[in-house]
Design a binder for this molecule. Structure first.
Ligand code: PGA
Length: 257
């Protein structure tokens, strides 16, 4: 049975360390010691250590928002996987659409980062998803196939089972538009079918596949109730502790069924 994973992608927010600490404190207080749903927060890298101090003694994990594929060296502005681990990270988001589309990140780059993250013992959250034009052009499944094949190339079944995927339709990110539960479930079922073909049924059944794209307290329950949706990658709503905790609560209710 897969445990739901609710992750908050804070992106380039909040503006100050004090606000990041306050947000982490509120999330920590709200989650308490509950582990029926896994919760992760992904602050900007400059706030990781401060947030890690807040989360001490809590079951909440912490993720970086990106990392470099190399383990160190002359890469100005970049952060290595081992540095994320040293700062307290358990997870790392890779291939977010804002990096794929805004910064030219390719499947090959995501694949190299993924292997490096696994070598650093981070749990990668690999993001995939189609643009609006691709969906309208009926190319959603073809795009997902390409991203899955390229991003996950060369993984062993065991490595695959330890990797989280996030299906995030680009048209739903930060737009207030959400995939309907039917649209999301169809994409997730397709992803799991491809995972089964590439890595075997047993492995596919273990992979946590999150949905992301305007997940809010009022739509979380129906999305999380879909059989192939194993959690949420939450952007905007993760910046308000009450909203993020409401999404976690929806996950807990779904899990208890
Ligand atoms: P959103 O972002 O919830 O603000 O749409 C999701 C994401 O980018 O991961």
């Amino acid at each position: 049975m897969r445990t739901l994973l609710i992750a908050g992608n804070w992106k380039m927010n909040p503006p100050t360390r004090a606000e990041a600490v306050a947000l982490a404190q509120e999330v920590k207080a709200g989650v308490g010691t509950a582990v029926d749903v896994h919760v992760v927060v992904c602050p900007p890298s400059v706030f990781l250590q401060a947030v890690d101090s807040v989360l001490e003694g809590s079951p909440i994990g912490m993720g970086g928002q990106d990392m470099h594929a190399q383990s160190g060296g002359a890469y100005t502005g970049e952060v290595a996987g081992a540095m994320l681990v040293d700062s307290g990270c358990t997870h790392v988001i890779l291939g977010h659409s804002e990096r794929r589309h805004g910064m030219g990140e390719t499947d090959a780059m995501v694949n190299a980062k993924l292997k490096s993250a696994l070598a650093s013992r981070l749990i990668p959250i690999v993001c995939i998803g189609e643009t609006k034009d691709e969906r309208l052009g009926d190319r959603t499944e073809a795009v997902l196939d390409e991203q899955l094949a390229g991003s996950l190339a060369g993984l062993s079944p065991e490595e695959m089972a330890g990797t989280v995927l996030a299906y995030e339709p680009v048209w739903a990110i930060g737009t207030g538009l959400t995939a309907t539960p039917e649209q999301a479930q169809a994409a997730h079922a397709h992803i799991r079918k491809r995972l089964a073909e590439a890595f075997g049924e047993a492995t596919a059944a273990r992979v946590v596949v999150q949905y992301g794209g305007s997940v809010k307290p009022d739509n979380a329950a129906e999305l999380l109730a879909c059989p192939d949706i194993d959690g949420a990658l939450v952007g905007g709503a993760s910046l308000k502790a009450a909203d993020f905790l409401a999404i976690v609560a929806a996950g807990r209710q779904v899990s208890a069924r």
